[in-house]
Design a protein around this ligand. Structure first.
Ligand code: FES
Length: 157
């Protein structure tokens, strides 16, 4: 099967997928998040117009669920565990290295929208500390050198 270029996603097309009822708020937010990797203020406002949900309520929902982001996210997400075990095994140094390399702080996304850096609480696999999750893949006993190699591979994609 040949690979075709993805057609740009139209926000109106997503909104028209669902009836104009408040109960479709979450479905719309999920689809917009999936399509654009974040929910822009304009998108949130269009969803409110469509569903009749007040903006304050939609905002509360969008900020409550971790799967929604109101900020643009990078194509690749890097999460560094900051739980106690990882902290003791050098996680803060890993964060510092990543901050320097990417030019962003935790919670921020690189200007080219390639990487988002996050810190997270204990991931429940302390024996593997320090743990870094890149695009959902767990990397145990992470080192700056290992992370550099992972990032270089992603940059080369
Ligand atoms: S402290 Fe990092 S996995 Fe538990």
């Amino acid at each position: 099967m040949s690979q075709q270029a993805k057609a740009p996603i139209d926000i109106d097309e997503i909104i028209e997928r669902y009836p104009s009822k408040p109960e479709y708020l979450i479905f719309l937010l999920q689809d917009i998040q999936a399509a654009f990797n974040y929910i822009s203020p304009e998108a949130l406002s269009l969803v409110c117009d469509h569903t009749g949900v007040p903006l304050s309520r939609a905002y509360a929902v969008a900020t409550f669920y971790q799967s929604f982001s109101l900020e643009p996210k990078g194509e690749h997400e890097i999460k560094v565990c900051q739980g106690t075990a990882c902290h003791l095994k050098g996680a803060p140094r890993l964060v510092e290295d990543l901050e320097r390399r990417l030019g962003v702080s935790p919670g921020q996304t690189t200007e080219d929208l390639q990487f988002t850096l996050e810190t997270v609480n204990c991931l429940g696999c302390c024996a593997l500390s320090p743990v870094v999750v890149v695009d959902g893949e767990y990397h145990s006993r992470a080192t700056a050198r290992k992370l550099d190699k992972i990032l270089k591979n992603l940059e080369a994609e």
